[in-house]
Design a protein around this ligand. Structure first.
Ligand code: AMP
Ligand code: GLY
Length: 431
């Protein structure tokens, strides 16, 4: 089969890497891809949001399966567009993608179908929202309705902070149209976990649990990022909790969508807070997590293409469970100096030939680039080209061993300004 993966991050590198192991994959393409991906797939210079360009490419190349990485392409309706031409594409359609693209849509669905989540109120008027925060318990959480590249959530400790958040989202429009409506919700306490499942809108096949590390600095300090590391499995998600989440969150959501006439196919990602009152949904994503995917897929033994095809073709009931490597997996993100603020690209990365030789280590590229005219006599040179540069991933019999392995690899890598968290996975040990 010819398979196209859309996107250019560490998640897409992990997807391409896993797809490359499938007996069904003959040729893999990635649009637009990155330096590391180009080792496994032919990178095509088409942007992830260029739906027409992607459609033209897929029709011309006779691609058999397209796998969508980022949410923006799904929210623009790439799946609906491909379905019109009877092309196989893995991911939810535009209506289903609202689960991530509109937090108001997600919250209303959760309320309607009794999916546990923080209590909330929706506003489309800034003055009303500002009056409301005067009289509620604090801290509270203010969320822009639409997509805001993971930055649309503000935790406010005081009424003034809350008003400021309302003002910047609804009046100053820092997230543009995404701020037409906001949600103000209770602040939940507990540990977070990510539960990802594959679904064809009827059957559900869970992936292994994982935990992300969103803040830039150790001990969850500093501003939020796209994710600085992850590990799988997440021991905070006991078997019992996993069952409860599947029942109360995943099935209720997918069945609820179905009842409302929305067919959800692809990956459903539930960001969960494990509170003292049980698991509650923080957010839904309609795609694989980044960097969770980099920690989950190295543990997956089943053929990912087979399951993706089954989800796309509504034949997922053939799979009850997937086969997993029982070891733990840790992914540490190496980021550019200054990220998540401003940073410089173009720094040469060293140490990758050494990590290539390590067993049970894979380095997924996120923001990297190769020089346009490589010298084939010499080892490939890679340069930084983004905030999150690499996702260094290691497996171990225990979480401790996986952590040690991963950091051994991280220490071999360097580029000017490189920063990474030193505490990825430690929450799992301290349990
Ligand atoms: P979201 O974009 O909705 O996933 O939110 C991003 C991050 O904000 C989550 O991963 C949590 O760390 C935090 N967050 C979101 N909603 C809440 C909430 N209700 N209570 C506490 N933290 C939250
Ligand atoms: N790891 C968080 C996300 O993918 O949205």
């Amino acid at each position: 089969m010819k398979i196209l993966v859309i996107g250019s991050g560490g998640r897409e590198h992990a997807l391409v890497w896993k797809i490359a192991q499938s007996k069904l994959a003959d040729n893999i393409f990635c649009a637009p891809g990155n330096g590391g991906i180009s080792k496994l797939a032919e990178c095509i210079d088409i942007k992830a949001e260029d739906i027409q360009g992607l459609l033209d490419f897929v029709r011309k190349e006779k691609i058999d399966l397209t796998v969508v990485g980022p949410e923006a392409s799904l929210a623009c309706g790439i799946v609906d567009e491909f379905f019109n031409y009877k092309l196989r594409i893995f991911g939810p359609n535009k209506k289903a993608a609202q689960l991530e693209a509109s937090k108001v849509f997600a919250k209303e669905l959760m309320a309607k179908y009794a999916v546990p989540t923080a209590d909330f109120k929706i506003f489309d008027n800034a003055e009303e929202a500002e009056r409301y925060v005067e009289k509620i318990a604090l801290p509270c959480v203010i969320k822009a309705d639409g997509l805001a590249q993971g930055k649309g959530v503000i935790i406010a400790k005081t009424a003034d902070e809350a008003k400021q958040a309302v003002n910047s989202i609804m009046q100053e429009r820092i997230f543009g149209e995404a701020g037409n409506k906001i949600i103000i919700e209770d602040c939940l306490e507990g540990q977070e976990a990510s539960i990802l499942v594959l679904t064809d809108s009827k059957s559900v096949v869970p992936l292994a649990s994982s935990q992300d590390h969103k803040r830039i600095f150790d001990n969850d300090q500093g501003p939020n990022t796209g994710g600085m590391g992850a590990y799988s499995p997440a021991p905070v998600v006991t078997q019992e909790l996993f069952k409860e989440i599947l029942h109360k969150v995943v099935h209720r959501t997918i069945d609820g969508l179905s009842k409302d006439g929305i067919d959800y196919r692809g990956v459903l990602y539930a960001g969960i807070m494990i509170t003292k009152d049980g698991p509650k949904v923080l957010e839904f994503n309609v795609r694989f997590g980044d960097p969770e995917t980099q920690a989950i897929l190295p543990r997956l033994k089943s053929d990912i293409v087979e399951v993706m095809l089954a989800a796309t073709d509504k034949k997922l009931s053939r799979f009850k469970t997937l086969d997993w490597d029982g070891r733990s997996c840790v992914c540490v993100v190496c980021a550019s100096g200054g990220y998540p603020g401003n940073y410089k690209n173009g720094k040469e990365i060293s140490g990758l030939e050494e990590t290539d030789k390590m067993q049970d280590v894979v380095v997924f590229h996120a923001g990297t680039k190769k020089p346009p005219t490589p010298n084939f006599q010499l080892p490939t040179r890679y340069f930084t080209n983004g905030g999150r540069v690499l996702g260094v991933t290691g497996l171990g019999d225990t979480i401790k061993k996986a952590i040690d392995k991963t950091y051994q690899a991280v220490e071999k890598i360097n580029f000017e300004g490189m920063q990474y968290r030193k505490d990825i996975g430690y929450k799992a040990i301290s349990r």
